[in-house]
Ligand binder design. Structure first.
Ligand code: UTP
Ligand code: MN
Length: 501
């Protein structure tokens, strides 16, 4: 089959004689796909080049936007203006078209066939239509960015998000980063809903739900579980990696190495002469029973009291602030995260060192990994995403006495030791970085990721745990509170307990 739309475009303007026009005809390989490339931002000459490239690979590319188009490709990342333009074209079929970023086009050209549409390819309409004939309340516009959604700890869609987390973890361990992120983003969107998804029609208009995620949801709605997820959960590899990474100090790489060595259990690891556990892993195994058990809010508060006392032994104006999951209102956590600092910039590291010293004198330190500050203004803005921050910090395991905890410790009923090993992270940002550190350490990880992505893509700014940099103005934007940072980004303020994305 040959497609006629190729003809006008390949006529060379410099050859006026109609008789000499060479008509390059390309075989159409993908009849069901019909592309339209948006000229805005792309420019006419690049559009012509990309059109020719796609046609040479067997794609149909139309020059005119009509209801026959299946895939609209744009280089413009400003979703609002693109959608406004599309909606003004008088189309009847727009809701069935895939509106995609150029990355989908490049992926397709590289593959030599239409690439599967993933959520990262989608250019989302910020104002989606309400599902027609839906008995639900109208779906309010849900942003593709977690930092524009309010997500409490009350997750109404756990059956889906638990399944997505298994898939994401499995992709992460196979180093398939983009698939991992696809499922994490989808889970994050579902967590933000105040209602449970009961049918697929209800997901219409929701961002970040592509074909792969919808397929899993559909299966769960139909049969109560996903076959793919069940298969992963029962696989030896998943179970082993899950077990190994549950040890403090064991990351996915180490877990994978041990798995490849044929090790399947803790006793396998401990009996293997070729394995030298580092200090962190030794402590991880030693206190496994305690630190693999959830930390309660009361235990987190008890640690706060201990830190508070230690700080006030050296300074009356020390500042301690609970961060991490507990600041977001979670009832339990895998560790406790506190910021410890002082108003005087440059003195914060001394305070942290003193606090650790004080813990040691009390004999409550079971593990301590102190990391001095490597912070220097010249290192900013930091361009690496997901990088560790430069502040002085300390990863600890502390011995927490039952008598210090309101309502006692959460441990086995037959365990009457009267104490429990608990993981504590302390971080000491200088006071002029406090708001950024608080925002970063409060999380959730997915919320932070989207704050950074939003800053980068929508505002041309770079945000990390240290600072906010405006690339247009070429200056750092100061902030003393989290509210200041949201305001700089032009975002509505989201309270910590609404950041459980
Ligand atoms: P956690 O891993 O403690 O997560 O990191 P959490 O949300 O408190 O979850 P649970 O309840 O303990 O399981 C808290 C936040 O601190 C950031 C992480 O990105 C996360 O958002 N963080 C952690 C940093 O910014 N830098 C670090 O070095 C460590
Ligand atoms: Mn935590």
């Amino acid at each position: 089959m040959f497609h006629a739309a190729v003809v006008p475009c390949l006529r060379k303007k410099t050859k006026p004689k109609a008789a000499s026009v060479t008509v390059a005809r390309h075989e159409v390989k993908f009849k069901e796909v019909r592309l339209f490339l948006v000229e805005k931002k792309m420019g006419s000459s690049r559009r012509r080049f990309l059109t020719q490239l796609a046609r040479s690979k067997g794609f149909i590319v139309d020059d005119i936007l009509s209801d026959d188009i299946t895939h609209v490709v744009s280089e413009d990342s400003g979703a609002a203006s693109l959608w406004a333009w599309l909606k003004g074209r008088g189309l009847n079929n727009l809701s069935n078209m895939q509106v995609l970023h150029i990355s989908w086009f490049t992926d397709s050209m590289r593959a030599g066939r239409p690439a599967a549409v993933e959520s990262r390819h989608l250019i989302q309409d910020a104002l989606p239509a309400v599902p027609q004939g839906s008995t639900l309340a109208p779906v309010a516009a849900v942003s593709q960015y977690a930092c524009q959604r309010r997500t409490s700890t009350d997750n109404k869609n756990k059956i889906f998000t638990d399944a997505f987390e298994v898939l994401a973890e499995n992709y992460e361990w196979s180093q398939l980063k983009s698939s991992c992120l696809t499922f994490r983003r989808a889970a994050s969107v579902l967590k933000s809903l105040s209602w449970a998804v009961k049918c697929m029609a209800a997901t219409q208009g929701l961002p970040c739900l592509g074909e792969p995620t919808k397929a899993v949801m559909e299966e769960i709605l139909q049969s109560g579980h996903s076959f793919q997820v069940q298969k992963i959960l029962s696989s030896e590899r998943y179970q082993t990696l899950k077990l190994f990474t549950s040890v403090f100090g064991v990351g996915p790489k180490t877990a994978e190495r041990w798995y490849r060595m044929g090790l399947r259990s803790f006793s396998d690891i401990l009996a293997e002469p070729g394995i030298q556990l580092n200090r962190m892993q030794q402590s991880g195994f030693l206190h496994y029973g305690d630190i693999s058990r959830a930390v309660t809010k009361a235990e987190a508060r008890a640690l706060g009291n201990i830190i508070d006392k230690a700080v006030h032994l050296i300074t009356s104006d020390g500042i301690i602030a609970l961060t991490g999951g507990f600041r977001r209102g979670k009832e339990i956590g895998h560790d406790v995260d506190y910021i410890v600092t002082t108003p005087e910039v440059g003195k914060e590291e001394c305070v942290l060192i003193h606090v650790i010293d004080c813990f040691k004198k009390q004999g409550i330190v079971l593990y301590c990994d102190y990391q001095p500050s490597t912070f220097h203004i010249s290192k900013l803005p930091c361009q690496k995403y997901d990088a560790m921050d430069y502040f002085a910090k300390c990863f600890l395991i502390l011995r927490l006495e039952a008598s210090q905890v309101d309502g006692g410790l959460s441990c086995d009923e037959d365990d009457n030791r009267g104490w429990k090993a608990v993981r504590l992270d302390l971080v000491s940002p200088p006071m002029d970085r406090y708001a950024f550190a608080l925002l970063g350490w409060t999380g959730s990880t997915q919320f932070d990721r989207d704050l950074r992505r939003f800053a980068r893509l929508e505002k041309r700014m770079i945000l990390d745990n240290h600072a906010l940099y405006d690339k247009t103005k070429r200056e750092f934007l100061a902030a003393t509170t989290e509210e200041d940072i949201f305001a700089h980004l032009g975002l509505e303020y989201i309270e910590p307990w609404q950041r459980n994305a």
